[in-house]
Design a protein around this ligand. Structure first.
Ligand code: HEM
Ligand SMILES: *[C@@H]1O[C@H](CO)[C@@H](O)[C@H](O)[C@H]1NC(C)=O
Ligand SMILES: *[C@@H]1O[C@H](CO)[C@@H](O)[C@H](O)[C@H]1NC(C)=O
Ligand SMILES: *[C@@H]1O[C@H](CO)[C@@H](O)[C@H](O)[C@H]1NC(C)=O
Ligand SMILES: CC(=O)N[C@H]1CO[C@H](CO)[C@@H](O)[C@@H]1O
Length: 326
């Protein structure tokens, strides 16, 4: 009996050690008191707010930048590194934007506390701020910080880790599952497509020659087919852009889910999650229960923001977000 009791006390003690947030874990407010009296998150927020005032497309830009960072080698700012053959040179990154805003925030912080704030955390904080600007205060979430910056960035890893526009729901679930995210996280995070645009090149097959049929994708509302065809001519050398959410293209809200239920998903993956039995119930409840989306989206963003992070003594804090510190 004593032995069993002793063993369970030991087990309990071990469990406690395992669950006490260690030096290496992400936490909310990691930078408080670490930047010479500067409120790090407030400094980032003011850079994002100033940009949003002139260009609200910073919201989709940062959402996609954060996603592409986290899915390739974890959220380690590897997407920001310049150089031949780095992640940002890979075709899936062709239209990723927002690099200059991250540089601007980094410069502001380096002038106040050099070598303290990681580029990976700037991406995560700035994205949260953008979501709130795009959706309203109910979209706020406590962002975790304490990430460190990586030193490796490979285009080949961007190509192999980022899901494709024509993925099915089950392919998307598998790709997200490989990052520790569930099917409902997949549905929630695809809700990022509530803002922003896609280039016609990603959807031309759905408009003109779906799966070699010579016809549009039958799962797309014919009225949307016509609308998109007018912006995306069949044989055009210009690659225009079209909105991803045709109800409220610049507002972070649950309109995306209502659109895809009405066969108005723009990318194939968007439409497919509304039809697949593994995801359709989640889509329906998010479309109908608008009030639950803000907090659930924030929770999923926190989960995405924790993918394979470097913490503690791992990695480094870059001086310039574009260059590995020697
Ligand atoms: C299966 C998963 C996903 C696929 C296949 C996918 C695919 C795409 C594609 C093809 C585009 C258009 C890019 C362009 O033409 O410039 C796009 C745009 C976008 N994606 Fe995704 N995406 C996925 C998940 C996500 C997630 C998880 C987020 C964020 C939480 C996200 C946020 C965005 C945003 C905001 C845009 C618009 C970018 C802009 O307007 O600049 N996507 N996505
Ligand atoms: C505070 O500012 C001084 C002078 O700019 C700088 O040398 C120092 O590293 C800063 N402290 C921190 C914690 O960044
Ligand atoms: C695409 O076409 C092939 C061959 O005609 C067919 O076997 C397949 O089921 C089609 N796929 C879809 C998604 O329509
Ligand atoms: C989801 O799809 C399955 C079949 O694929 C269907 O039986 C079910 O009724 C759908 N559920 C909802 C909530 O749409
Ligand atoms: C910002 C950036 O570096 N974009 C690159 C994305 O990838 C293509 C090639 O696939 C480059 O041409 C772009 O410059």
């Amino acid at each position: 009996m004593a032995v069993v009791l002793g063993a369970s006390v030991l087990l309990l003690a071990l469990l406690c050690i395992a669950f006490v947030p260690s030096h290496g874990a992400l936490q909310v407010g990691f930078y408080s008191g670490k930047c010479n009296g500067t409120d790090v998150e407030a400094a980032i927020r003011s850079v994002v707010a100033a940009r949003f005032g002139r260009d609200s497309s910073i919201v989709p830009a940062l959402l996609r930048l954060h996603f592409h960072d986290c899915f390739v080698r974890g959220c380690d700012a590897s997407i920001l590194l310049d150089g031949s053959g780095t992640e940002k040179t890979a075709p899936p990154n062709l239209s990723v934007r927002g690099y200059d805003l991250i540089d601007q925030a980094k410069t502001a912080l380096e002038s106040r506390c050099p070598g303290v704030v990681s580029c990976a955390d700037i991406i995560a904080v700035a994205t949260r701020d953008a979501v709130v600007l795009g959706g309203g205060s109910q979209y706020t979430y406590a962002v975790q910080t304490g990430r460190r910056d990586g030193v490796v960035s490979l285009a080949s890893e961007a190509i192999s880790n980022l899901p494709g526009a024509s993925f099915s729901a089950s392919q998307a679930i598998a790709a997200f599952g490989a990052k520790g995210l569930s099917a409902s996280d997949t549905v929630l995070l695809l809700g990022g497509h509530t803002v922003g645009v896609t280039h016609c090149s990603f959807i031309r097959n759905r408009l003109y020659n779906y799966n070699g049929s010579g016809k549009p994708d039958p799962t797309m509302d014919p009225a949307l087919v016509n609308l998109l065809r007018s912006r995306c001519p069949q044989s055009s050398t210009v690659d225009n852009t079209v909105f991803l959410d045709h109800s409220t293209p610049s507002t972070v809200d649950n309109g995306y889910y209502k659109q895809i239920l009405a066969k108005r998903g723009v990318l194939k993956v968007d439409q497919n999650i509304a039809m697949d039995g593994a995801t359709n119930a989640t889509v329906r409840s998010l479309a109908n229960g608008g009030s639950s989306f803000p907090s659930l989206f924030g929770r999923a963003m926190v989960k995405m923001g924790a993918i394979q992070v470097l913490t503690g003594a791992q990695g480094q804090i870059r001086k310039s977000c574009r260059v590995v510190k020697k």
